[in-house]
Write a protein that binds this ligand. Structure first.
Ligand code: SF4
Ligand code: SF4
Length: 371
């Protein structure tokens, strides 16, 4: 007996697949499945998060509908995966936010914070909002650096704590009997697999769409989005080091490292999310968990809007539009932070953790075989 209906169905499919094993070369899910004869809830959540939803095992399957076995691994694992995010959410009381993680809520949160920053500036010095401010420290005319750090530091810290707590629960559930320990080799293998999106290629041909013609589009746009996010994060880290180590205040010249990293990352976060949304519209609905489309789209659109407002700020930071643009951009950054632990962002972290577990299992198996 499993905790939910979708885990019951996942168990049924994995039992069928374990007898068949036709798809074992397609991705990590099938080899991981073959290491088991029975599946706990944690095992099924692990397998669900190993799946990259390429669709190949549905197209290749001789038991997919209309066959009476009704085997649809990509869709079943997609639903189980989405339910796992809510199951491991911290605090548990917020698990329901995954179901309501809509774009409207995120945008309202962003605009509320932008309005707060507007109000903050208006109370301190009304003229500052539409004044032209240039050179080091210009951003802090709108909101003092310490107030900005307090507001965004608290939101960031909350997101980190919530993510660590939920991933810890996930790891504990899937990690038995390995426990919390892992080794450098498994970690490096998982970093490579995640960095290359190794299993998002349908066994080498690409992801399947409505027309059943596989393409690499999802992989390319995932890469642009992921590395765009990493570059923007790196830009923030470098800017923080500049501020605290060298007392160099933002905004920085266009050729300086934080701006170069942020601009490249921002372009990735414009092109990647647009491509992902387009790729989503071309996916065969039979492969996808359509009920969670809103959660996926909310995160993708929030990344896009955060990047768009950031690049607009870069372009017009030397004009009187800087104050409003900075307030709006900070609003989107804040909304992105606080929704991170309860939206599609977690899929990247859970998938990485599942890849670490998989690398660890493979290594244990290889060690056992060579003994
Ligand atoms: S998805 Fe279908 S073809 Fe692939 S292993 Fe499962 S039952 Fe076999
Ligand atoms: S959809 Fe792709 S990644 Fe997921 S189980 Fe099937 S072949 Fe593997």
């Amino acid at each position: 007996m499993h905790g939910t209906k979708i885990l019951e169905e996942t168990d049924r499919l994995m039992t069928v697949c374990n007898s068949c094993r036709y798809c074992e070369g397609l991705c990590a899910v099938f080899p991981a499945m073959e290491m088991r004869r029975a599946f706990s809830d944690g095992d099924l959540n692990y397998l669900a998060n190993l799946c990259h939803s390429c669709g190949a095992c549905y197209v290749d399957c001789q038991f997919s509908p209309p066959h009476e076995f009704n085997v649809n691994v990509p869709k079943t694992l997609a639903i189980a995966r989405a339910e796992s995010y809510a199951h491991y959410a911290w605090p548990r009381a917020f698990a329901g936010l995954f179901a309501r993680n809509g774009l409207v809520i995120s945008v309202i949160a962003a605009l509320s914070v932008a309005a707060f920053i507007f109000g903050f500036a208006a109370v301190h010095d009304h003229a500052v909002l539409y004044g032209i401010h240039t050179g080091p420290g210009a951003f802090y005319k709108l909101m003092p650096h310490d107030a900005m750090v307090a507001l965004f530091g608290a939101a960031f810290l909350y997101a980190i704590v919530a993510l660590v707590m939920s991933v810890r629960a996930f790891w504990r559930d899937i990690g038995e009997p390995i426990g919390m320990k892992t080794d450098a080799k498994s970690l490096w293998q998982a970093i490579r697999d995640a960095g290359e999106l190794r299993y998002l290629d349908g066994g080498g041909v690409g992801c399947f769409n409505k027309d059943e013609l596989p393409t690499d589009r999802r992989k390319i746009f995932h890469h642009l989005t992921f590395y765009g996010f990493i570059l923007c994060f790196a830009a923030t880290c470098v800017g923080t080091l500049y501020h605290y180590l060298f007392a160099w205040e933002a905004p920085y010249p266009w050729w300086d490292l934080p701006v170069v990293l942020g601009t490249l990352g921002g372009i990735g976060l414009l092109v990647g999310p647009i491509g992902l949304l387009a790729a989503k519209s071309q996916r065969d609905p039979v492969l996808a968990d359509e009920q969670r489309y809103g959660m996926d789209a909310a995160f993708i659109v929030m990344l896009f809007l955060t990047s768009l407002t950031g690049l607009a700020l870069l372009l017009w930071r030397d004009t009187s539009a800087m104050g409003p643009l900075l307030a709006i951009h900070l609003g989107f950054v804040f909304a992105l932070f606080i929704t991170l632990p309860y939206g599609k962002f977690v899929h990247g972290i859970y998938r990485f953790v599942a890849l670490v577990r998989y690398a660890r299992e493979r290594q244990t198996m290889a060690g056992g075989a060579s003994e």
